[in-house]
Design a protein around this ligand. Structure first.
Ligand SMILES: [Zn+2]
Ligand SMILES: [Zn+2]
Length: 555
């Protein structure tokens, strides 16, 4: 067998989230990123979703794994690492800020062994077995992001990670186009490129451009300003801090993730906080409202976030007053709109003015738009192109862009999770055997013990509610000791239920009496009969289908 490179996505293709890619030669394996996905609406009670990595469990494969290489510190790229490490205790490589964030995350999981973290600054390279990997600086909505140039025995791969080309940031934060072009000139076998914003025409505007909008807002509003943003967006936090200094405002960080991210950024020298500008939220009463800037999280409507609590007047220190100005500085991720609208409505109700994406340009995306994606293809000049990080529609549109940019259609591969590619020593690429890829649901401390069946049950419960029938019986005489009590949860309005309750009670009693005519009452059958009787009645009279739980205790 000649030289080969096998590439297998275990997550991130056909979805936004769960990013995880396996690069594999005969001798070695490296994994790029291990992300989570936040649960979608139908995944009730699920905290998060992680990729299923059973593909890597084979002992032969396990031996080959040299480590996980990280592009940046967003949850959809590092969130699954604590779970992956439980199965594979392998070293992790990333830029200082990415690993700083990961370290904080690992503290919460207290793993039973020490994790080996190796910092690699952008511009530097590491060698892991057959792979030599250079971290190339890219601009994104989190600092210290990297594209990876992966030299393999069969050629060089560029794995962009999440990026935009933003050239107006400070020198040490702009995308390093020179390095990307350098690889392009020396020949790139394949480009794996971020597809998130393929539907956006033109160029993504710079993080710096929105600073002007923010400055205008600060200038025009003599008000207490509350900005909700992603805690990981250190660049934007830094801009807001400098505006606070300029407009003589004190700053409150409200929310744990904001504390964590800024602490790490500060420690590593990525964030300078003007002296004496930060105050504790307990001291809020000592300042006039217009002297304050409050930074907080919860832009996606998360129920437990500070912003959500502020909006329903349930925050210990921050109470919305008329004249407060709230800026929602983030994109509304599809699926979260309802929860976000609720917060905005509540904020208005308490007298605040709210600016959000529909009203004002106070957010820019961290991902490259169409022209930048084209630019990336043109400077990297890959032989093969594989769109990644997107739903299928994004991947197909990105394919079209690549073909229009001159890459032969046969050299562009739209893959789904588990689909593999094999490159050989003659720079040829073919589809390889499919690997198992799937999702695991994490519910509290349980990993993978919630399946789709359980999810269906939860969905049914939340849509239809349930009726519990409680009954205590004497196991010897088969007589009723207490009950039946009929309780409903999430089913019908209380008043209405009182009438319904009488009817249901009679139905249950009929079933019991009917069964008591027999010598030995089979209580399992009684349960079943109760279920059937209530189901039939509710179906016929009110067309409702609640879960029916008869609970019979024999004593
Ligand atoms: Zn990202
Ligand atoms: Zn991402």
């Amino acid at each position: 067998m000649g030289l080969t490179l096998k590439v297998t996505p275990l997550g991130g293709l056909g979805e936004i989230g769960l990013n995880m890619m396996v690069y594999e030669t005969e001798k070695d394996i490296i994994i790029v990123d291990s992300g989570i996905m936040f649960p979608e609406d139908y995944m009730l009670g699920i905290d998060m979703v992680i990729p299923d990595i059973r593909y890597l469990y084979d002992p032969e494969k396990k031996k080959k794994i040299k480590g996980i290489v990280l592009t940046h510190g967003h949850e959809d790229h590092i969130g699954a690492i604590p779970y992956v490490l439980r199965e594979l205790n392998i070293p992790i490589f990333g830029t200082p800020f990415t690993l700083g964030i990961l370290e904080e995350k690992l503290k919460e999981h207290d793993l039973p062994f020490k994790v080996s973290l190796f910092t690699v600054k952008t511009g530097n390279s590491i060698t892991l077995g057959d792979f030599e990997i250079e971290f190339i600086r890219v601009a994104h909505s989190i600092i210290d992001g990297a594209s990876l140039a992966i030299k393999t025995p069969v050629g060089t791969i560029i794995h962009t990670g999440d990026f935009k080309l933003d050239q107006t940031l400070e020198k040490n934060a702009v995308t390093d186009i020179n390095r990307l072009a350098h690889y392009g000139d020396n020949g790139v076998l394949a480009l794996f490129s971020d597809s998130t914003n393929i539907e956006k025409e033109g160029f993504t505007i710079s993080e710096n451009d929105i600073k002007k909008t923010f400055r205008n807002i600060f200038r025009d509003n003599n008000a207490r300003i509350i900005v909700a943003l992603f805690a990981s967006n250190i660049h934007r936090i830094s801009e807001l801090l400098s505006l606070a200094a300029e407009f003589n405002k004190k700053v409150i960080f409200s929310g744990r993730s904001l504390m964590t991210y800024t602490k790490v950024a500060r420690k590593l020298g990525y964030l300078k906080i003007p002296e004496d500008i930060l105050i504790d939220e307990e001291t809020i009463g000592y300042y006039k409202p217009e002297e304050l800037l409050i930074l907080t999280t919860g832009t996606q409507g998360e129920a437990m976030s500070a912003l959500s609590r502020i909006s329903v007047d349930d925050h210990k220190y921050i109470k919305i007053k008329p004249n407060d100005l709230v800026l929602m500085s983030s994109k509304f991720i599809p699926g979260n709109e309802k929860a976000i609208s609720k917060i905005i409505n509540n904020l208005y109700k308490r007298g605040a003015e709210v600016y959000y994406e529909n009203i004002s340009e106070i957010h820019v995306s961290g991902h490259a738009s169409k022209e930048e994606l084209k630019f990336m293809i043109n400077i990297v000049k890959p032989k093969y192109f594989i769109p990644v990080h997107g739903e299928l529609k994004h991947l197909y549109q990105h394919k079209k862009l690549a073909v229009n940019s001159g890459i032969p259609s046969a050299n562009v591969f739209v893959l789904e999770n588990g689909n593999s590619l094999e490159f050989n020593g003659e720079s040829e690429c073919v589809r390889g055997a499919d690997a198992y890829a799937g999702r695991i649901f994490v519910d509290g401390k349980g990993i993978g013990d919630v399946g789709t069946h359980t999810l269906k049950e939860r969905a049914h419960l939340s849509e239809n509610g349930m009726i519990i029938v409680q009954l205590v019986v004497d196991s010897k005489t088969s007589g009723i000791i207490s009950g039946p009590d009929i309780v409903s949860k999430g089913f019908v309005f209380e008043d209405y239920f009182k009438e319904l309750n009488d009817v249901l009670y009679k139905l249950v009693m009929n079933v019991i009496e009917e069964n008591q005519k027999h010598e030995n009452v089979d209580w399992v059958k009684v349960k079943d009969d109760i279920r059937k009787a209530l189901k039939k009645y509710l179906n016929k009279t009110i067309d409702r289908h609640p879960f029916i739980f008869p609970m019979i205790t024999e004593i």
